[in-house]
Design a protein around this ligand. Structure first.
Ligand code: HAM
Length: 426
């Protein structure tokens, strides 16, 4: 039997309903924040990600799905959303827009050749935003507030924002030199990956999971002490605005992020859910003031984040949060025989057009198995249609929980259901 590729999953049933629910919530949240919907291709030229994500990052060196197309072009399935949105911003000359910042949101599949494990897939879905053209620290705070509000709306409680600043290029260079000086005498005690990071990107040593508990890691110089005045002010302002918006955070100097493009603010949103392990980072992001330029656009600052849908759904499960409290259908229509099917379909159609969730028997079941089917579909009401109902157009509607019955004509049934099912027209 042909099986799905490793690290991927199919969506159906409950999971599908949850995904659709989350998609709706994302759309309405983004309207409130006034972000504009972007969709960019699932594949782009490989060069975009090399330049955009960074040549030395794990993503580019170990995790991309690369292929040569029939026109001999080097292509890559997108491992993340930022680079593509930046390319689109430049290619569509959005830097020329009068209304700045340009605030984009996106949602879709990303591809990374990672070792599949809990919370780590090879095809996964991200919801993210990117805001271009303003270096106002208030915009950093707005971006950080989006995943926090989103998780709060869903009822997740133990959410923690870890915040850090990598400063501007000057601050970062100073810090880089300080790290090189500090780690040089200890290089032999670091893991193999860190030895490589030491020469390519020493900042990444700080988020190494293998060496995390070494004494030398704990005493390593902190970025905060190397921020120049401008960078320090930016960072302090971000914190001030977060407090103004009542967003809890902790400054965590070990947040350096695995992508090369960040400057100033970096953050990770964590779910402190027991048993959740290393996949507890639900979402992450930061500011990238040089990325647009390095991909070929005019110097334009940017800030954004992305969160993974799969990890979010796992966190909800661990916290026993059922986002589908209104899971069943409203009405299940049962024709007593094929003679009443046409009238049953008329009723089904009218109820659906009036905004109710309706289904019908398509298997010519007997009454008893239809009652079972109504229970399986968690139907709130039943309408049983026999010859008499078809002739008189007076229908019996039965509450599937209380078993109470009412005899009503269709328009009265609609009014009745409107009162009973509050969210039917939402
Ligand atoms: P990232 O930290 O690589 O950042 O990914 C963001 C989120 O995507 C993670 O926190 C996680 O929830 C989810 N994620 C990443 N890899 C996987 C995977 N293999 N399986 C399941 N979920 C995963 C970025 O992608 C940046 N583009 C974020 C950003 C936007 N920064 C600025 N703008």
């Amino acid at each position: 039997m042909i099986q799905k590729p490793k690290g991927t999953y199919d969506v159906y049933g409950e999971y599908g309903k949850k995904i659709l629910y989350l998609e709706d919530l994302i759309k309405s949240l983004m309207e409130k924040y006034n972000y504009e919907y972007f969709r960019t291709p699932l594949f782009e030229s490989s060069e975009l990600f090399h330049r955009g994500v960074g040549e030395t990052t794990d993503i580019v060196t170990k995790e991309t799905y690369d292929f040569v197309d029939r026109g001999e072009r080097n292509m890559t399935l997108r491992p993340e959303g930022t680079a593509g949105v930046v390319r689109s911003f430049i290619e569509n000359k959005m830097y020329g827009r009068a209304e700045m910042p340009v605030k984009a949101w996106y949602y879709g599949p990303m591809y990374r050749y990672e070792r599949p494990q809990s919370g780590r897939f090879r095809e996964f879905y991200q919801f993210g935003v990117e805001a271009f053209g303003s270096n106002d620290p208030a915009l950093d705070a707005e971006v950080i507030s989006i995943p926090v509000r989103f998780y709060q709306l869903l009822g997740l409680k133990n959410i923690k924002v870890n915040l850090n600043s990598l400063g501007d290029s000057e601050s970062r260079n100073n810090y880089r030199n300080a790290l090189i000086e500090y780690f040089a005498p200890h290089i032999d005690s670091l893991c193999e990956d860190c030895k490589e990071r030491f020469s390519k990107n020493p900042l990444r040593i700080l988020d190494c999971k293998v060496d995390a508990n070494l004494e030398i890691m704990k005493k390593a110089p902190k970025m905060i002490d190397y921020l120049n005045e401008e960078s320090r002010n930016h960072f302090l302002k971000v914190q001030e605005y977060l407090r103004a918006m009542d967003i809890d955070f902790v400054v965590n100097p070990r947040i350096v992020r695995g992508l090369d493009y960040y400057t100033h603010t970096v953050f990770e949103v964590e779910a402190s859910v027991e048993g959740f392990g290393s996949s507890n980072v639900l979402g992450a992001g930061g500011r990238y003031d040089n990325l647009v330029e390095s991909i070929g656009g005019p110097k334009t600052s940017g800030v954004g984040f992305a969160l993974g849908l799969e990890r979010l759904l796992t966190a909800l499960e661990y916290e026993h949060i059922d986002i589908l409290d209104n899971n069943g259908i409203d009405v299940y229509v049962i024709p007593m025989s094929t003679n009443e099917k046409d009238y049953a379909m008329e009723i089904v159609n009218s109820l659906r057009m009036n905004g109710f969730k309706v289904d019908c028997d398509y298997k010519d079941r007997n009454l008893k198995s239809n009652f079972k089917q109504a229970d399986r579909l968690q139907s709130k009401f039943l309408i049983i249609i026999g010859d008499e109902e078809k002739q008189t157009k007076v229908l019996t509607i039965k509450d599937n929980i209380s078993k109470e019955e009412h005899k009503l004509e269709l328009d009265k049934i609609i009014t009745f259901l409107d009162e009973k099912i509050v969210d039917a027209h939402e």
